[in-house]
Design a protein around this ligand. Sequence first.
Ligand code: WT7
Length: 660
Amino acid sequence: MTPSVRDGASLVGRTEEGRRFAPPADLAAAANVTAAAYEQADADRLGFWAEQARRLTWATEPAETLDWSNPPFARWFADGELNVAYNCVDRHVEAGHGDRIALYFEGEPGDSRAISYAELKDEVSRAANALTELGVTQGDRVAVYLPMIPEAVVAMLACARIGAPHSVIFGGFSADAVASRIADADAKLVITADGGYRRGKPSALKPVVDAAVARTPQVERVLVVRRTGQDVAWDDTRDVWWQEIVGRQSAAHTPEPFGAEHPLFILYTSGTTGKPKGILHTSGGYLTQTGYTHHAVFDLKPETDVYWCTADIGWITGHSYIVYGPLANGATQVLYEGTPDTPHRGRFWEIVQKYGVTLLYTAPTAVRTFMKWGDDIPARFDLSSLRVLGSVGEPINPEAWVWYREHIGAGRAPVVDTWWQTETGAMMISPLPGVTVTKPGSAQVPLPGIAATVVDDEAREVPAGSDGYLVLTEPWPSMLRTVWGDDQRYLDTYWSRFPGRYFAGDGARKDEDGDIRLLGRVDDVMLVSGHNISTAEVESALVSHPEVAEAAVVGAADATTGQAVVAFVILRGSAEDGGRAGAGGPGLDAELRDHVGRTLGPIAKPRRILTVPELPKTRSGKIMRRLLRDIAENRELGDVTTLTDSSVMDLIRSGLPAAP
Ligand code: WT7
């Protein structure tokens, strides 16, 4: 089928996946980045990145772009020197934009603060002075365990300003996880808060740090932001209030330049098995690519746009697309502390309306949740300011993609599905909103200056129309430099499967046009009677049925077929009827099975379909298929500690019929 395209309009194809959407003409005409960028980067990839590096302000301009003499240990712009915090804050003030709002903070209880670039500069400078007073110097590691409050941004930038790599630990992690991360990075200072607001009530953070620090003798001081005012245990020799020590510092602080390869941060990835990996990112290349991609993929106009990324600062998305990329670009952005349903399910849209958000970056799991809650909720708010909609974190099924575009983007705002990883540091594969004719559910094309392809088991590039493994074939500026303290693990995990190529761990299809469609982690590929079936594909087929809101599919061990497809589905409801979850029944099961058979072929038909009220997700929103596999195979549940809410598993189990 050759899809036809009309300016900004949606055409109905055979399926949502077959639809195509051209960029809106006005956006294309004024786009920050045009098709010429691909040509330029293809002609001279390193020259292209050298030019993007010049978007930053360097204390010493780099003469060298890439040192790849000891692959896969890359050095980018290595003879250049810069201060990352200066680039994110001071230079905007010096350019006359001190009054521009950097952060519109929206607390969950409804408190709000608008912080200008001039104010942010003063606060980061005071915090840098406080860290110095506490004995933190260049190269020392600082652990950060904070809620989504402005102090989290300030703390990270203050670390960057004095050259002390931060290790941000997501505020939902337990004391065990905090202790192991502090120990691995050998952090001497921890920055935390008394607590934060979540789901309408204060939730304590300091007790978790107290428990972790009891096991990590290297921690000398704990700096505590007062956010909720709740009671905390206090150790006078160790603990110090942020408001007290930061508050009394001078707002004058001279940012010292550091080498481009100076470590900026360590961030631990969840990892499906084994101990978490400390992904190391450095300064010049990381800031070059986060800044450039944010400018290109969101088409950011810093004078007029209001940007909002709904991720938590504890994940790479928060690092790259709340803190470093947007602030390097002088963006105005919203920072929201809480959850999307507190105090009501329209909270996100109320925030978009209140601040006139123009650029929104969220995750497929959130989009599917909004679909489940009903179209009528976003319809109650004025979302007409939105002009680009980003998606990140997992494959977005075409139905959710189209719903996002239609119900949030008024059928006008382009959806950019951005593929990248903690390890890549910045976006790698994504449409450009002013250039790419988009395809629902597809990240499509490597960004200018990025080289990616799909290969088979023998590392041969697959022909158009085939599936394989996603690999990155050239180094990129924001690539991880190593796994902290474990070069061998860096080599083994990413560079040994396909020598000379970075193995991302994702399955991908090269479609008929040569575009890349991500299929999910390769460990999520099922093998049924010798056929490769992606869990994401079956999920997508299920969600394309009008009764299904969300689906998770696992391969359960089967004596005959190797694996059998088992599907967990949440049925669609609306805000009025409170959802119909649980109202499945044999009739619907058969219908869904047939529907999958029709969409993907009979081999993909689920053996069992289980209707459930919730799905188990990690705190970063990924479905924990391992636990669903435990249920599907009638096993005791494995470790549930990384679940957002471990009671979800009881809820799922209690509603299920006895296993056949
Ligand atoms: C894995 C990386 C990138 C920041 C958030 C996640 C999956 C991410 C997409 C996308 C399909 C995606 C991949 C990747 N992923 N974005 N647009 N389409 N899959 O970072 O926790 O390091 O996870 O997330 O499987 O390998 P992360």
